[in-house]
Design a protein around this ligand. Structure first.
Ligand code: IPM
Ligand code: MN
Length: 359
């Protein structure tokens, strides 16, 4: 298969982790005789530095004509400490999601057997936890109208959802549940928010088309607690934009490190793959960032194009690297390897190891 992949490495640790995913994808191309072509473009703070725009037109055009986008991370402390900044790196990512119509963000979370002791949660509580969060990505409060009064002492962010936005998301979540354990949990705040009540009504209606899938509901505050005390109850979590953002960072502690969590953002025409962690500026250039979240995002890219064996090989190589303790310091403080070493090890497994069997 031939794929044109736009690479938007971004800020902080973005470039160094994305470099490892590219290596891994090239190894897959070699092993399976595919042609993957990579073209880079700037985004986020690095794009602001160059062009004063976090998403230059050239970057957006490249993404639109590519088959997929491999995204690193964005964000820079010089903007975080300056809430008054008019142009912010995050706007680049939000605009990119909107422009590409990437309405569904898919974030799988599972407890890695090897890392059970590593999570701050009790191993018996998380062992076997395996869920996927379906976060709506182009609606809600992140995209509603914003206001700031003249004296800058009053501000507002509007949360808006349409039934159409909820419907297309809900279908994806139910279809995913049918391939998993047939359960969808809608996370909302329907005891307070009108948008949440619209979510409930709409999701209940669509659920009738999927009689084999069990549907339950949790308020987001309760869901945040359940995520810690009984994460095994979750199969597919369906939720709106901001709740999904928050819940998925929380869920990452189940995996043992946020440096392991990958995501896919998909729409009707485009797809983007990125780790859920941020740009981790304190670690930039030090070679200590965990490349696995980015590498697993590359695996999700392959899955998206139905290259299932290829994706499973990456997964198996990642499992093997964890098993053999070839990991960065967030996973193993005693014997830690650099970002590049971990990437090279996984690349090597893919290229050389004929025994790298799926499962
Ligand atoms: C994420 C990030 C982004 C979000 C930021 C960088 C805009 O936190 O992908 O989860 O809030 O969606
Ligand atoms: Mn987030």
């Amino acid at each position: 298969m031939k794929l044109n992949i736009a690479v938007l490495a971004g800020d902080g640790i973005g470039p160094e982790i994305t470099q490892q995913s590219i290596k891994v994808l090239k190894a897959i191309a070699e092993r399976f005789d595919h042609e993957f072509l990579f073209e880079e473009a700037v985004v986020g703070a690095s794009a602001i530095d160059l062009t004063e725009n976090p998403l230059p037109d050239a970057t957006l055009d490249l993404c639109k004509k590519s088959d997929a986008v491999l995204f690193g991370a964005i964000g820079d402390p010089k903007y975080d400490n300056n809430p008054a900044a008019k142009v912010r790196p995050e706007q680049g990512l939000l605009k990119l999601r909107k422009e590409l119509g990437l309405f569904a963000n898919i974030r799988p979370v599972r407890a890695f057997e090897r890392l059970l002791e590593h999570s701050p949660l009790r191993p018996d509580r998380i062992e076997g936890a395996d869920m996927v969060i379906y976060r709506e990505l182009t609606g809600g409060i992140y995209f509603g109208e914003k206001t700031l009064s003249e004296d800058e002492r009053e501000a507002s962010d509007l949360c808006v959802y349409t039934a159409e936005e909820i419907e297309r998301m809900t279908h994806l979540a139910f279809e995913a549940a049918q391939k998993r354990r047939n359960k969808v949990t809608l996370v909302d705040k329907a005891n307070v928010l009108e948008t949440s009540r619209l979510w409930r009504r709409t999701v209940k209606e669509i659920a009738k088309d999927y009689p084999d899938v069990e549907l339950d509901f949790l308020y987001v505050d309760n869901a945040a607690m359940q995520m810690i005390i009984n994460p095994k109850q979750f199969d597919v979590i369906l939720t709106e934009n901001m709740f999904g953002d928050i819940i998925s960072d929380e869920a990452s502690v189940i995996g043992g490190s946020i440096g392991l969590l990958a995501s896919a953002s998909v729409g009707k025409e485009h797809a983007l793959f990125e780790p859920i962690h941020g740009s981790y500026p304190q670690a930039a250039g030090k070679g200590i960032a965990n490349p696995i979240a980015s590498i697993l995002s590359a695996a999700m890219l392959l899955e998206h194009f139905n290259l299932l064996e290829e994706a499973a090989i990456i997964q198996a190589a990642v499992d093997k690297s964890l098993e053999m303790n070839i990991c960065t310091s967030d996973i193993n403080k005693e014997s830690s390897y650099s970002t590049e070493k971990v990437g090279t090890f996984i690349e090597g497994l893919i290229l050389d190891n004929e025994d790298l069997k799926i499962n």
